[in-house]
Design a protein around this ligand. Structure first.
Ligand code: AMP
Length: 286
């Protein structure tokens, strides 16, 4: 006999969330913007290991999108997300409206500091202030014991860890490794934007990271030039890959490592393929 999968409870407002949250014990929160894929599933699986109940938030946060970015066209499908959450044994989905999350102007915000101004923060001004502000709000609303974030968004993960530490937030942050599609492209809701040709070009990102990782023993200069060679070739492909940044950074501070650096580091890439901006990274030990 197969048992029907129990649907997760759905809270559409902070008030509903408050009522449903009080019935749950130790909670692990997985914050998402929906359009759930394998990466989100693995975060939910990690969350299940750390708590009695998993809460998934689904909220496309306007505060973290800049003018001209993809806020309007970002994929939204709550029914599909609920089906994924049911399959993954999620207890509660919190999917608030923009009006519920931001009933007035959001005047007080979290300042991410210098780590939020480089790399993703330099390319997307205001992005990390928007991310940390909504994560802070979600923590206050859900009151999780654990919160799970993906290594895919490495700078975001580092900044959330830093916020929790610097602001003494009573949450334990758990990181989950990057999940990839069978062709090695890092799973992302934004992959849905790619045409088959764009997707083929986009595979240069993971190839570049792999080439960099293979050159680990040569140190920072060798790693960066091995990855750069792959990206230079991809710049000539059809459609072309247009690199925003390639960087090798300290995982805690996101400052670029010195040429004689040894120990842990993260190799990061951000690039445009057509109208789609993609990011990927690989943690390395030099
Ligand atoms: P998003 O819905 O894109 O805002 O992502 C929600 C969470 O899922 C973040 O913590 C991301 O880092 C994580 N995530 C997104 N893609 C992946 C992936 N391919 N592997 C692991 N985690 C991911």
């Amino acid at each position: 006999m197969s048992h029907p999968i129990p649907a997760p409870a759905l809270a559409r407002t902070p008030e509903e969330l408050g009522r449903l949250r009080s019935r749950l014990g130790r909670v692990a929160l997985v914050p998402t913007m929906g359009a759930l894929h394998n990466g989100h599933r693995s975060l939910i699986a990690a969350a299940r290991e750390h708590a009695d109940a998993v809460v998934v938030s689904v909220f496309v946060n306007p505060l973290q999108f800049g003018p001209g970015e993809d806020y309007e066209r970002y994929p939204r499908d709550l029914d599909a997300d609920l089906a994924v959450c049911a399959e993954e044994g999620v207890a509660l989905v919190f999917a608030p409206s923009v009006e519920d999350m931001y009933p007035g102007e959001q005047i007080v915000r979290v300042d991410p500091g210098p780590m939020g101004a480089v790399l993703e923060g330099a390319s997307r001004p205001g992005f990390f202030g928007g991310v940390l502000t909504v994560v802070n709000k979600l923590f206050n609303l859900v009151r999780p014991d654990i919160a799970v974030f993906g290594q895919k968004d490495a700078q975001q993960l580092a900044l959330v860890r830093r916020m929790v530490r610097d602001l003494n937030m009573p949450v334990t942050v758990v990181a989950a490794p990057t999940m990839r599609d069978p062709d090695n492209l890092a799973s992302s809701s934004r992959n849905a934007y790619l045409s088959p040709e764009e997707r083929r070009s986009a595979l240069a990102l993971s190839r570049a990271l792999l080439a960099g990782a293979d050159a680990s023993v040569t140190g920072p200069v060798g790693i960066l030039s091995a990855a750069r060679a792959v990206l230079d070739e991809a710049a000539q492909a059809t459609p072309p890959v247009s690199v925003d940044y390639l960087a090798l950074v300290d995982a805690g501070t996101f400052t670029e490592v010195a040429a004689d650096h040894r120990g842990d580091a993260v190799l990061l890439v951000a690039a445009w393929v057509g109208r789609t901006r993609l990011i990927d990274n690989v943690p390395l030990t030099l």
